[in-house]
Design a protein. Structure first.
Length: 93
């Protein structure tokens, strides 16, 4: 079944991916959209940016968004590791 989503939903999904660093699945669950749709929107967004004027600026924005997403993912992983270490340390006391 094909759905038409508003520009606001699409823009929100793109922001959640590139600014907030959420995964396609997380975004889809929050917005009620399939992760494949979110992935498609994000890929099209990157293509739109790359094809426009000011490519250098846009490349920096894309890289910045990618790095923000990676940083957020690393922070989440770090928090998980810290929690596990605390659990092990508490268990051994």
């Amino acid at each position: 079944m094909s759905h038409r989503y508003s520009k606001e939903i699409r823009d929100r999904a793109i922001k959640m991916r590139f600014e907030d660093g959420l995964t396609y699945i997380e975004i889809g669950e929050k917005l009620g959209v399939s992760d494949r749709t979110v992935s498609s929107w994000c890929k099209n967004y990157v293509k739109e940016i790359e094809s426009g004027d000011g490519i250098i600026k846009n490349e920096i924005e894309i890289e910045n968004a990618r790095l923000k997403s990676e940083n957020l993912s690393l922070k989440k992983n770090n928090d998980i590791l810290i929690n596990h270490i605390e659990m092990i340390t508490d268990h051994n006391r």
